[in-house]
Write a protein that binds this ligand. Structure first.
Ligand code: UT7
Length: 331
């Protein structure tokens, strides 16, 4: 089968207005700006309004992405929404976004891959477009992660922020093409990063609420070790699969979970600092949205030249990880 080219047409992101700074967190839990900055690189993060949901934020990002592409909402064939904080367990957040943006011709489903959600969804979009099944696919990654954070737990509440991002992927002969992707998972690590209650394993009940089991739990140190190893492995596989070398990587967009992980990874990958996208200071860890936000920022700089490549790398709960390689070709 002759594979069709899957090209990025446009991106867009949305950030809630409310800024939660390290100084404010110092008043909420037993922490310091010094600890947060030195251990994570984070300075502030955004928090969605009470009435603002993942689909509300995702729809705004989606409208921006559509505006930045040469398509209309009615042209979309499929919407894939990556999120670990859906509006509801069902219906899907993708269906809610479809309605909000008026994409009446689009099929819609959610994809669950936690912090690797954007990369998994982009890979899925590529598969649909390359196979010819769908021509125009909207990927949305949106998180109201503040809705599952325990703001009395200093180990987690300083880390995460809310945001949404969206990308239109379609068949075109020229442009920023998704040339390859690699995904991986290891379910033996499922307990390391988990929202224990609220699903079929442990439905909502008084006991689950009393024990705070609807909040995100993370064994940070263990996750850290796996993140370092898997991000390097999958990034290397992604470039060597297509016969490229480390020096062929133009821009690197790593998942924004910890500045120490990002800097160590970039150093080993020998990508100069100015070519590594870092926004963790402003947004913290936005889970599924993280890599897509970095990609949107990079595209806004309008720096990617003909032949240059972009390598995305994500890691998160599941455990699940992934890498995606793009290259500007013919425009
Ligand atoms: O997005 C999905 C993937 N996620 C990741 O990749 C996250 C990976 N993990 C990490 O980034 C890091 O493990 C964290 C940033 C979560 C934690 O950093 P750490 O250097 O691994 O710290 P730690 O958990 O080992 O804690 C060190 C100390 C502990 O105190 P003791 O036991 O040494 O006395 C913690 O209780 O720091 C304490 N601590 C804090 N202190 C002040 C934990 N959180 C805080 C805090 N403020 N917010």
């Amino acid at each position: 089968m002759l594979l069709k080219k899957a090209v990025v047409l446009g991106t867009g992101s949305y950030f809630p207005e409310r800024v939660l700074s390290n100084a404010e967190l110092e008043k909420i839990v037993d922490t310091t700006d010094e600890w947060i900055t030195s251990r994570t690189g984070m300075k502030e993060r955004r928090i969605a309004a009470k009435e603002e949901s993942a689909s509300d934020m995702g729809a705004i990002a989606a409208e921006k992405a559509i505006q930045n592409s040469d398509v209309k909402a009615e042209d979309l064939d499929l919407i894939i929404c990556a999120t670990l904080t859906p509006d509801h367990l069902f219906p899907s957040t993708a269906c809610l976004i479809q309605n909000k943006i008026g994409a009446k011709n689009a099929a819609a489903f959610d994809l669950s891959a936690a912090c690797s959600g954007y990369v998994y969804a982009m890979m899925t979009a590529k598969a649909y477009v390359s196979s010819g099944i769908y021509k125009t696919v909207l990927v949305v990654a949106t998180e109201k992660i503040s809705s599952i954070i325990d703001y009395t737990d200093r180990a987690t509440c300083v880390l995460f922020g809310d945001a949404a991002t969206a990308t239109v992927v379609a068949h075109r002969e020229h442009g920023l093409e998704i040339i390859h992707g690699c995904l991986g998972a290891d379910g033996t690590g499922a307990d390391m990063l988990i929202q224990p209650a609220g699903g079929s394993r442990m439905p909502a009940c008084q006991e689950s609420i009393d024990q705070k089991l609807h909040y995100l739990r993370m064994e940070g140190k263990d996750v850290y070790k796996h993140a370092v190893r898997r991000m390097e492995e999958v990034a290397m596989k992604c470039i060597t699969d297509v016969g490229m070398k480390i020096e062929d990587v133009g821009y690197l967009i790593p998942h924004q979970a910890n500045l120490r992980i990002i800097e160590g990874f970039a150093k080993r990958f020998q990508v100069p600092q100015e070519r590594v996208i870092v926004n963790i200071q402003r947004y913290g860890n936005t889970a599924a949205a993280s890599v897509g936000i970095g990609f949107d920022e990079l595209l806004n700089l309008k720096k990617i030249k003909e032949g240059e490549t972009v390598l995305m790398v994500a890691f998160g709960a599941g455990l699940a990880w992934g890498s995606l390689l793009l290259q500007r070709r013919g425009s």
